[in-house]
Design a protein around this ligand. Structure first.
Ligand SMILES: [Zn+2]
Length: 145
């Protein structure tokens, strides 16, 4: 992938939430198995995943094109929170981890300093990343629908 990318796309996995190293690691493997065995992708679709244990789980990482938001896969980093965030937001540990991940991407020049933050629903017809999480990120720096 050509970096730095101009877009950051926020998702939720719409699956089980997790808040410990063991449950989040298990969720990461579940999603990877689903994406690789069922969807037949070469790897987990997201660039990164975030647990409510406050830990960032690496999917495709900074430099490999993801499979998370078709129109913008080649120009974005896809970050997904484990869980379903339609009626609640991720905890502060998860939100802080996501903000630090984005700041790290900017500092290491994988993400443009003037990046645009979007929800998955801003680029495709989907409810992702859930109403509560979506509402929250509309207040984050760099958000633009
Ligand atoms: Zn999504």
């Amino acid at each position: 992938m050509s970096t730095p990318v101009p877009d950051v796309i926020i998702h939720h996995t719409e699956g089980a939430f997790c808040n410990s190293r063991s449950t989040c690691s298990a969720q990461a493997r579940n999603i990877q198995n689903y994406h690789m065995n069922t969807r037949k992708w070469c790897d987990i679709g997201y660039n990164f995943l975030i647990g409510e244990d406050g830990v960032v789980y690496e999917g495709r990482g900074w430099t490999t094109i993801g499979a998370h938001a078709t129109p913008v896969n080649p120009i974005s980093i896809g970050i997904s929170f484990f869980g379903s965030f339609t009626s609640r937001t991720p905890n502060n540990a998860a939100l802080d981890a996501a903000k630090k991940l984005i700041a790290c991407g900017v500092a290491k020049n994988f993400i443009k300093s003037n990046y645009i933050l979007k929800g998955h629903r801003n680029v495709m017809s989907t409810s992702c990343p859930g109403n509560s999480l979506y509402l929250l990120i509309t207040g984050w720096p760099h958000f633009k629908a």
